[in-house]
Design a protein around this ligand. Sequence first.
Ligand SMILES: NC(=O)c1ccc[n+]([C@@H]2O[C@H](COP(=O)([O-])OP(=O)(O)OC[C@H]3O[C@@H](n4cnc5c(N)ncnc54)[C@H](OP(=O)(O)O)[C@@H]3O)[C@@H](O)[C@H]2O)c1
Length: 211
Amino acid sequence: MPSGTERPYVVAHVAVSLDGATTGFQPDVASFYQLARTWEEDLTLAGADTILAQEPALATAERPGPAADGPLLAVVDGRGRVSAWDALREAGHWSGVVALHCRDTPPRPPGRQVRELVTGAERVDLGGALRTLGREDGIGVVRVDSGGELIGALMADGLVDEVSLLVHPFLAGEGATRRWWGEHPAAAPLTMVAAQSLPDGLVWLRYHPCR
Ligand SMILES: NC(=O)c1ccc[n+]([C@@H]2O[C@H](COP(=O)([O-])OP(=O)(O)OC[C@H]3O[C@@H](n4cnc5c(N)ncnc54)[C@H](OP(=O)(O)O)[C@@H]3O)[C@@H](O)[C@H]2O)c1
């Protein structure tokens, strides 16, 4: 468990096309989630846009209820756009759900049933939120679920310990609306940890950012 000043280990695991896109192609979902089990995360950290993209499917999905042994889900929602909190909690993947807000997050509906953690002023203080979750919830390992914007923000703040790319044999080309590194990446050397060829032309690449 991290101490009060340490933060959890953070891994960004992403399904990408050969040209670095996270959208505009059909990822191998089964392989993606099988590999995601590698880290046995205590917390899944998702961006609001990643959750909003799932809301139509969540609306009709079965709701088996919280998974007692599952990780916690924390959603960065600085602008208060996510509403499917009950469906997320009951989706059967997570043991509980936390909404990460900031000072400027618009007022939430009265009676909303979701735990809140408020850090930062105009945006969620990602490092502060991670340290608080480590300290208060005993979170040691975080897997980031993001199409790129959240990963880019975490990397810009030096908050990513590992990048895991499941590379698909596909060029998303003009169909790509997101890249795994976000919009304005800083130049950053990486150290390769592992490279593995998988069936169906998939390649699994793992890197540590150099500090
Ligand atoms: N291929 C894959 O593995 C994969 C995985 C996940 C998602 N996706 C796809 O990717 C798309 C969504 O990805 P996305 O890149 O648009 O968004 P995203 O990764 O969900 O990230 C958006 C979130 O990052 C927050 N954020 C951005 N910069 C920040 C900063 N400096 N400080 C604090 N918070 C910050 C935003 O905050 P605010 O709340 O304040 O706006 C927002 O909550 C969807 O189409 C989804 O289907 C693909």
